[in-house]
Structures are given as structure tokens and as C-alpha cells.
Design a protein around this ligand. Structure first.
Ligand SMILES: Cc1ncc(COP(=O)(O)O)c(C=O)c1O
Length: 297
């Protein structure tokens, strides 16, 4: 569903948001797109278990747990941070995943870095038996194929398409399916310049740019300005944004509009990639830091 944003900008710039977050209550936004062909492949290979990786508040972990349950797979989540092993109950994302049948293996941050290495995978096979492996963030070729379906005919009127970037799968799909005259802008949710190379693995065109000024200090980092922005945006538009990905992207786009980055009369499409399940976890942290919490309704 495309939703017009009722905010007036100078130079008649129009802002529309594609509510991918409304596509599914629990496999939200880009997760539904990324998992679609992977689940079909797992079935075609007669796999009984899905195994994947993620951090403590990972949208991907929550989505895989639910999708696995829905489609009859066992699920295993390799979770970054061995200190979390007895914290499942107090972490809304892990609790949700566990309630939906996911088994966890908590690993240290050092071991987590080895997650793509054969030796590490073989060890996991010994422990959990055969499985269909879905990489961290769900990004692989089949995920990109799914994300190529986000932009449809309806999207052809837009000059710019903007999305948040984590592992680069979502933007790669948008790049591949965009028209030649459209520009795709990605807003990394984390620090570092490795993402360009990751995206080049999957993206078949050059019609894109990464705008790296809106990560707010790094992955999962927020400040008062961002929290207040997300809450005000929600009050004005009734569109909830998550603090890790979509909130930073929309903040960036509006800041760039105010700095006249976009030519007059530009039509901008924002992709809402979901992630709202992360708000509860973030609110626990915000309360601890005595910051205002994020409103969801
Ligand atoms: C809500 C949300 N938006 C955007 C992204 C970024 O997507 P990608 O990892 O494909 O770059 C993620 C992470 O996967 C996410 O959970």
C-alpha cells in the first residue's frame, strides 16, 4: 500500500511511503520478501530445519521463527552474545522467537564473526543435524530476487526510491527492478564503508547511492533527536517507524529535503521495511537511560 505523507515541503516535493510493514503482522516488511524464495528452496531441498544468525533484537530472527512455525520447519537461531543465554525472558525479540519454537545457540562475539566459515558451519551441523542456512539479515541471491518484487508498476512514477540498509539485500532488489531514470538511495543503519562492495555482489546497475550521514553513531545507536523525530513523525502521519532502520532513513530523507538535496518537484518513494517489533526492546533500553520512549499507537 502506498501512503502519501501529509507534510508540505518547499518546491512541491512529494513524499510517499510504501507500507511493506503492513504486508504481514509478524514477518514484517522486507523479511517477507527475503524469505519467500528461500522457504520455497528449503522445501524443494526437503530440509526440515532453518538455521540463521542474528543479534539480540534482530527483526530477522523474529521473522524466521514465525515463518518456520507457519510453514512447518524447525528453527535454530545463532545469537550474537553469549551473555544473553539467560536473558531470553527479558528480551522481547528472543522471547517471541522462542515462543514460536526457535532454539537458540548463544555464541561469543568472536565466534559469531566466524559464522560464514566452513568449520563453524560443520560444527553447527554436528550439533543440529542437516539444515537450510539463511545468512545474517536473510541476504542471499534468493532474498534479492524476493526484494526485486517490492517495486511494482505503481512505483514507476517516482524519481527517487529510498530505503534503509543493513546487509544490502533490500537495496539490491530495488536497484535491479528500478527503471533506468529512477535513483535508489540507501541509508546505512550502521557505520563503515564495506556496504558498497556487498551491494555490488547482487546489484546489476549503477543507479544508486549510499548516504552514510544518518547512522546516529552506529548500529542500534539512537539519540534524543531521533526519538523525538520518530514520535513527531508518528503524530503527524500515523506512520510508526522503527528506531534501528526506517526511523534513521526517514530522518535522513527529510533532512536532505530541507537542505535542498532533491530537485524541485521530485517525487520520492520511501520503502517502509518494517522492524516495528524492535520498538519494545528499544523502549526497555530508553527507560534505563531515562530517555523518552517510542510511541507505537
Ligand atoms: C526493518 C529493516 N529495515 C531494513 C533492513 C535492511 O535490509 P538489508 O539487510 O537487506 O539491507 C533491515 C535488516 O535486515 C530491517 O530489519
Amino acid at each position: 500500500m502506498n501512503q502519501q505523507i501529509p507534510i508540505n515541503f518547499q518546491h512541491s516535493i512529494s513524499l510517499t511511503i510504501k507500507r511493506e510493514d503492513l504486508n504481514h503482522p509478524f514477518i514484517s516488511g522486507n523479511k517477507l520478501r527475503k524469505l519467500k524464495y528461500n522457504l520455497l528452496q528449503a522445501k524443494a531441498e526437503n530440509k526440515e530445519t532453518l538455521l540463521t544468525f542474528g543479534g539480540a533484537f534482530s527483526n530477522h530472527i523474529a521473522a524466521v521463527a514465525y515463518a518456520g512455525k507457519e510453514q512447518g520447519f524447525k528453527t535454530v537461531g545463532i545469537i550474537r552474545g553469549d551473555e544473553l543465554f539467560d536473558k531470553t525472558e527479558e528480551n522481547p525479540t528472543l522471547r517471541f522467537a522462542q515462543e514460536n519454537g526457535m532454539k537458540f545457540e548463544f555464541v561469543s562475539r568472536e565466534d559469531y564473526r566466524l559464522k560464514s566459515e566452513n568449520q563453524f558451519i560443520e560444527k553447527l551441523k554436528k550439533k543440529f543435524g542437516d539444515f537450510y542456512l539463511i545468512p545474517e539479515g536473510g541476504t542471499n541471491e534468493l532474498a534479492v530476487k524476493g526484494c526485486e518484487e517490492i517495486l511494482t508498476e505503481e512505483g514507476s512514477v517516482f524519481d527517487y526510491v529510498c530505503c534503509a540498509v543493513g546487509t544490502g539485500g533490500t537495496i539490491s532488489g530495488l536497484i535491479n527492478s528500478a527503471l533506468p531514470n529512477q535513483k535508489i538511495l540507501g541509508f546505512p543503519a550502521l557505520k563503515g564503508d564495506f556496504l558498497t562492495d556487498e551491494i555490488r555482489i547482487f546489484a546489476k546497475k549503477d543507479n544508486w547511492n549510499l548516504i552514510s550521514d544518518y547512522h546516529f553513531g552506529g548500529y542500534g545507536k539512537v539519540n534524543l533527536e531521533l526519538i523525538e523525530f520518530i514520535n513527531t513523525f508518528f503524530e503527524k502521519t500515523k506512520v510508526p517507524l522503527d528506531p534501528i532502520y526506517t526511523g534513521k532513513m526517514v530522518f535522513g530523507v527529510i533532512d536532505l529535503i530541507n537542505k535542498n538535496y532533491f530537485p524541485a518537484h521530485s517525487k520520492i518513494l520511501l520503502i517502509h521495511t518494517g522492524g516495528l517489533q524492535g520498538i519494545d526492546g528499544m523502549n526497555i533500553k530508553l527507560k534505563q537511560k531515562k530517555l523518552p520512549i517510542l510511541k507505537k499507537q
